[in-house]
Design a binder for this molecule. Structure first.
Ligand code: ZN
Length: 287
């Protein structure tokens, strides 16, 4: 194996393991759980920004609708808004659970890594169906189309979601864990893991993973397949983390090639050029 190929295969596991290990370390050092995700994910994002320029997977495709400034606006006014509202609702529910449940059923005494595994399965069990429903019904896909639009796939796509899309996705996925009484430290680890996997799934960084891993974890190759312009391919691989539900419910799509499908984006792309149109378009679209 050449040095270049060795780096190709080492990057993904290193860039998943290092942030998760850092999150565990910060919590052990007494960091506030709310600070763990920004402290870890900020540097990872900066590193991916550099890696996309040093070892890109594909030629960057310019798209005047989605320059870096526009992607930043979607992060601030779409992603953060939807995610913030979802977390606010979760916090209210968490307080109600703490006030009314004498002993929350979540197994907080289990080792944290085991809790993370169980939490991932609970998270995926609802988020899988939410993502699948977005693709199944055109009235919902309108809100998800912003995430699929455009032939350029890079780290910024991981946070380009319509507020309704990311808000409902976060609520549906986190609420069961909140109701079960999962602790803040668990949400901190889960947040870092989801962020690292999501950024890597979309990053335009040359990475390779063994084929057998594609059936276990949502690797970049698996998720790039989901971003294919061919609907038959994009209607597969709805997972964020573990591929279990795609395999069990028959929506696993084997990646055609590791670098991503020949065409990325939407064939019938409904997303307009202006930011306001991108925000309100799904509310008035009849498609
Ligand atoms: Zn999708």
């Amino acid at each position: 194996m050449t040095a270049r190929a060795a780096i190709d295969y080492a990057l993904w596991p290193a860039l998943v393991a290092a942030p998760v290990a850092a999150a565990f370390g910060l919590l052990r050092a007494g960091a506030h759980p709310l600070l763990v995700t920004p402290l870890v994910v900020g540097p990872l994002t900066a590193l991916l920004f550099v890696l996309e320029r040093v070892r890109p997977e594909r030629e960057p495709v310019p798209d005047r609708r989605f320059g870096l400034a526009r992607e930043a606006m979607h992060f601030l006014f779409d992603f953060e808004l939807g995610y913030g509202v979802a977390l606010g609702v979760c916090e209210i529910v968490a307080r109600l659970v703490r006030a009314h449940a004498a002993v929350p059923p979540w197994p907080s005494h289990w080792p944290l890594p085991l809790q993370v595994l169980v939490a991932t399965l609970v998270y995926e069990g609802t988020s899988y169906w939410q993502h699948r429903a977005l693709h199944r019904y055109s009235s919902l896909f309108r809100f998800h189309a912003l995430h699929h639009a455009g032939a350029r796939l890079d780290f910024a796509r991981a946070v380009r979601f319509h507020a309704v899309d990311i808000g409902t996705a976060s609520l549906v996925a986190y609420l069961p864990l909140v109701v079960l009484g999962a602790p803040d430290s668990l949400f901190a680890i889960l947040g870092v893991m989801l962020s690292a996997l999501g950024l890597l799934q979309h990053a335009n960084v040359r990475m390779r993973t063994p084929e057998w891993l594609d059936r276990i974890v949502c690797t970049p190759a698996v998720h790039r397949h989901h971003h294919s312009a061919r609907r038959v391919d994009s209607d597969t691989n709805f997972a964020n983390t573990l591929m279990l539900f795609d395999l069990v419910f028959g929506t696993y799509g084997k990646p055609l090639r590791p670098e991503g499908p020949p065409r990325i984006g939407l064939d019938d792309d409904p997303i307009p050029a202006d930011f306001w149109g991108q925000l309100v378009g799904p509310f008035r679209s009849r498609r």
